[in-house]
Design a protein around this ligand. Structure first.
Ligand code: GDP
Ligand code: MG
Length: 596
């Protein structure tokens, strides 16, 4: 295809603002999906995506569009909508020349959308603003058109008004794509370079890699080379999705399509990497390639210890399709054998956990998530700590923690509530802007550790659900952090150690000690439950001893009843964990970890 007739774009939208529905209308209008084959959210194929109503993996769809007598080839590139996948979003944007900014006309723009809009503007994409759902009685297109014009410049009248549901205005969107989004440019004669913006694992075909060709051409049966690793593979298939995969002879400048080489692991086909030809290699990578970096770690343990091998296999399988997932075995005195797993963020953690439970039938317990700390000991040695158990003992000269820049959009009446929350989470206000008279964008710098737990839930409840949040890592800073240990009868319970700010250590200690006192049954002897920073005890509770022996209840009773009781006790013990000399039912640990 002549690059002049190609238009590459993505749709930037908040969840539920109607991206999938608009895409459905485009598939229909361009005729790539037959009316009788049409079903809602046609492109949302992955089951989990349907379940959660979010897009995890991006896809590219090729559609023809007639405009003033000429036929154009559109490539619509789907972008993940969530903050955890921001690197993938940036790669999808880098594959496009333009973006539709899709905003629900009854809701207005949300923080996530704003963040992605800024990212698109940084990539110099042409932005076509579109208000969706104008058929809704609650739609306020004039108000939100003004808001959008204020953000991106231009006239509120240039903001398109459509309904993905009724189809109203959608043809005009397609025309505007031809008019306003620049054609891709590249050197057709140069050594080929294509950027990977997504790669997904398919059980039958192995890894399917989505690329945007920047220069030159990639052809069927040619040998390609991955520039980050030097690994090479043969192109068993190359093609475009329209939206079903259609093999072609090759892909040229500006084209977007897929490659299949038979590799079985997405880590061999990394998002952001540059593909070139083995025999005619480009010298310069397209740039911007980053290894996926876990931001949050949590221990995952099977409730039934015998499921450990199943968990290992399940994690290995998930990794085939998720280059950002990392894990290593971990042993906990309290929880047994499990894995320390690294995630891009909390949603990533939640999705992974949900898949392990649903697809592999595992019952799991996860420890409180923590971020990565850089700890310098007195001897000058620096440690990367991803697990509280790795926190060095003794005197420390510096502890650094990751920080983020967060953007929160709320109705003006909630500004005070949001500031109070951010302040209580060690936030540092960076600025505030009115998007319109009643909506405000508030910017804070916050420690990542303060927002990975219950920040979003808290924000939602303080703002009656109106706030939207986005954040982006911006480096790290020194902080006064300590490790709090929880001890039973003087022995550490590893699963409960936590790294917290010194000001929060006491409340964490009191909370956990109180919880365990409630959950752990009385023993034959008195058991102190303590919270400690190093050797200093900061909180203490006591589990009092049981007065009577179990058997004494049966004093004078018949022998068979005694035997039954003993048997029952033995059974119960199977699921007991020993912490030093204290017997703790596993349920107690699970309950202590899962309550808030
Ligand atoms: P996505 O999360 O951005 O992909 O949003 P969907 O396309 O899945 O739409 C979210 C919800 O909004 C669904 O219930 C759609 O039926 C509904 N919806 C999407 N577009 C419109 C529209 O133009 N008008 C109305 N009334 N509802 C819409
Ligand atoms: Mg969708």
């Amino acid at each position: 295809t002549d690059p002049a007739a190609i238009r590459n774009f993505c749709i930037i939208a908040h969840i539920d603002h109607g991206k999938s529905t608009l895409a459905d209308r485009m598939l229909q209008l361009t005729g790539v999906v037959e009316p009788r084959e049409m079903k809602n959210q046609y492109l949302d194929r992955m089951d989990i995506e349907r379940e959660r109503g979010i897009t995890i993996k991006s896809q590219a769809v090729r559609m023809p569009w007639e405009y003033e007598g000429a036929t154009y080839a559109f490539h619509m590139i789907d972008t993940p909508g969530h903050v955890d996948f921001s690197y993938e979003v940036s790669r999808s944007l880098a594959a496009c020349e333009g973006a539709l900014l899709l905003v629900d006309a009854a809701q207005g723009i949300e923080a996530q959308t704003l963040a992605n809009l800024y990212l698109a503007m940084e990539h110099d994409l042409a932005i076509i603003p579109v208000l969706n759902k104008i058929d809704l009685p609650a739609a306020m297109p004039d108000k939100y058109a003004a808001e959008i014009a204020h953000l991106i410049g231009g006239d509120p009248d240039d903001v398109l008004r459509v309904s993905g549901k009724t189809g109203e205005g959608v043809e005009q969107v397609l025309d505007r794509i031809v008019e306003e989004i620049p054609a891709p440019e590249g050197d057709a004669d140069a050594a080929p370079r294509a950027m990977i913006f997504d790669s997904v694992y398919d059980t039958y075909r192995g890894v399917v890699t989505f690329v945007r060709v920047m220069d030159g051409r990639l052809g069927h049966r040619e040998k390609i080379r991955m520039m980050s690793t030097g690994a090479h593979h043969e192109l068993l298939e190359i093609g475009v999705s329209s939206p079903e995969p259609e093999p072609t002879a090759g892909l040229g400048v500006g084209e977007v399509g897929y490659l299949i080489t038979g590799v079985k692991d997405v880590r061999q086909s990394k998002v952001g990497d540059t593909v070139t030809l083995l025999n005619r290699p480009a010298t310069q990578e397209i740039g911007g390639y980053q290894e996926p970096r876990p931001m949050v770690y949590s221990g995952l343990f099977p409730i039934d210890g015998s499921d450990f091998p199943v968990l290992r296999e399940a994690l290995e399988k998930l990794q085939l399709n998720d280059a950002a997932l990392s894990f290593e075995p971990e042993t906990s005195a309290a929880l047994g054998f499990g894995f320390r797993v690294g995630f891009l963020g909390l949603l990533h953690l939640e999705i992974t956990r949900q898949r392990l439970e649903a697809e592999y039938n595992l019952d799991l317990i996860s420890t409180a998530p923590n971020v990565i700390y850089q700890v310098t000991a007195e001897d000058g040695e620096s440690h990367t700590v991803t697990n509280p158990s790795e926190f060095p003992e003794g005197k420390l000269t510096e502890i650094r923690e990751p920080i983020v820049d967060a953007t929160i959009i709320v109705p003006a009446e909630f500004v005070g509530a949001v500031m109070e929350l951010c302040q209580s989470r060690r936030g540092d206000m960076q600025g505030m802007d009115y998007l319109s008279e009643e909506r405000v964008e508030i910017r804070y710098r916050l420690p990542l550790a303060e927002i990975v737990f219950d920040f979003f839930d808290n924000l939602k409840s303080r703002t009656k659900g109106y706030a939207s949040l986005n954040w982006q890592g911006t480096g790290d800073q020194a902080a006064d952090l300590v490790k709090v240990d929880i001890l039973l009868q003087g022995d550490k319970v590893d699963a409960f150690s936590a790294i917290t700010h010194r000001d929060h250590a006491y409340s964490y200690g009191v909370k956990m000690a109180g919880r365990l006192k409630e959950l752990i049954p009385r023993q034959q002897f008195e058991v102190p439950v303590q919270a400690a920073i190093g050797s200093r005890i900061i909180a203490r509770e006591t589990i009092r001893a049981i007065r009577k022996d179990v058997l004494s209840k049966c004093y004078g009773g018949d022998i068979s009843r005694k035997r039954k009781l003993l048997e029952k006790q033995k059974e119960g013990k199977k699921r007991m964990k020993m912490v030093g000399t204290v017997e703790v039912p596993q349920e107690a640990f699970i309950a202590a970890l899962s309550s808030d």
